[in-house]
Write a protein that binds this ligand. Sequence first.
Ligand code: NDP
Ligand SMILES: O=C1O[C@H](COP(=O)(O)O)[C@@H](O)[C@H](O)[C@H]1O
Length: 531
Amino acid sequence: MSTRPRAMSGTIPSMESSHEELKDNTIIIVLGASGDLAKKKTYPALFGLYKNGFLPRGVHIVGYARTKMDDAEYHKRITSYIKVHEGDAEAASKLEEFKRLSSYISGGYEDSPSFGNLNKTLEKIESGYQSKERHRLFYLALPPSVFIPVAQHLKEQCYVTPDVGKCRMIVEKPFGKDLDSSRVLLGSLKQHWTEDETFRIDHYLGKEMTKNLLVLRFANIAFSSFWDKHSISNVQITFKEPFGTEGRGGYFDEFGIIRDILQNHLLQVLSILTMERPVSFAAEDIRDEKVKVLRCIPPIERSDTLLGQYVAANGKPGYLDDDTVPHNSVCPTYAATTLWIHNPRWEGVPFILKAGKALNEAKVEVRIQFKDVTQGIFKDISRNELVIRIQPSEAVYLKLNTKTPGLHTRAIPTEMDLTYKRRFLDAKIPEAYESLILDALKGDHSNFVRDDELDVAWKIFTPILHWIDGRSGAPPKPVAYPYGSRGPKELDPFISKYGYKRTVAEYPQRVAGHESRVTINAVRRVCCVVA
Ligand SMILES: NC(=O)C1=CN([C@@H]2O[C@H](COP(=O)(O)OP(=O)(O)OC[C@H]3O[C@@H](n4cnc5c(N)ncnc54)[C@H](OP(=O)(O)O)[C@@H]3O)[C@@H](O)[C@H]2O)C=CC1
Ligand SMILES: O=C1O[C@H](COP(=O)(O)O)[C@@H](O)[C@H](O)[C@H]1O
């Protein structure tokens, strides 16, 4: 798309409005500070925010976990995934400051006295504040087995009352394993923390392109007029990872790819893609619309499901070769499921959610395929497709037909291309976790999962999950696919069953001075005839 960003851009007032933002006198407490998530995501995100001046003035960060370690070991661990380019003196000095404001205390998750100790540490920091005001943001980077005791102890031992400040709690998935367990978990957490104080992370809601969906859909009249069953044939939302579950087999085998990716990340993307226009950008208005559309989706049918498990290939191990995985496991590492939305906008349009580990590439995208144009003047003309690439290399591109340049009258599929790194040259795309932690500090719930959203998401997936878990007889056996492939060989027939027609654009293109990749004869083969 060739428009240049204008000097004056459109404003989205309520998206930027400030909520009850934690500004001064704030401590961020990371529980599970010794773990993988904290090391790989939470601390790098906190540093990213700190470096760019987005954390509250005078912020302190306190790590808490069972592991005993001194501050030096803690600092080494939490900075191991933080990248500072050589020669970037400013970032290096910010990193030293970041270490100075980060301290660690060890303690258990189930015993109350440990949380008493944590509270003393927090009070000691707060005793240096100039005013009575104090705020605490608790980040639970913990396994779900300890969510409930930790939430309870935090409330009993480490909670500051509203007259002096605010306490907020960020919780990470998994939020249960099915509808019943999710309700039990939510109910237990709600005994101690209100919905307003709770921020349930689905980090796909913090990704730039997921956030862009609202703007793409509702700020472009050109898009809104074709966003329904009259123009759209089918939609695919795809997650592909080029590595397996090595090292996480124990966790993964208990959950499987549907709980890991589809029930949360891909369904969140689907809900924003298909919801009606919210009354405003206020969190509850957006989440009301998401819940409404999700409630129109019935539980997934077994016949609308394809399950796979990767096997050894190309020198890479199969899923079952992992020692932490039971040798006869039928846990799916690949799933494609088709969802149907029974409302006037979407009746009859298949939404195919597909996700897999150990595939041929890393890619997350939404692919909206439009219906055929009326035949007659054209023969075998390609369908339009709108692709929203969430990662890597954020992009929006529209595949459309154009006349081949020259004296012949032929049509050829090509793309209108908004690839971010080419279009927004100096833009820094924030990490999802940076964006979400900042939202929690601001008290903005728009990009967090509300309790009723979670409930309806589990209703859609629970029957199929119980079938896969073997609760209603023998579990289905996933089909094998080789490590590094596109997925099960049954995938393409599965997708075409729902009307997807693949087109390949082969017109010789000159990109950044490179020569064409096919000859004009090849073009003749793929061009359609204009009668
Ligand atoms: N950022 C970007 O990626 C941009 C790309 N483009 C260009 O647009 C053009 C078209 O893009 P696009 O449609 O995304 O590309 P592809 O043709 O690669 O992908 C289209 C669809 O076909 C499927 N597919 C891929 N390989 C096979 C296969 N061997 N057999 C059957 N199905 C297959 C993919 O499924 P699956 O993913 O499940 O394998 C995907 O759903 C390309 O030339 C690309 O370079 C333009 C702008 C930006
Ligand atoms: O939640 C999860 O997401 C990651 C993928 O996240 P991304 O931001 O790298 O796309 C996935 O690897 C993991 O299995 C899952 O638990």
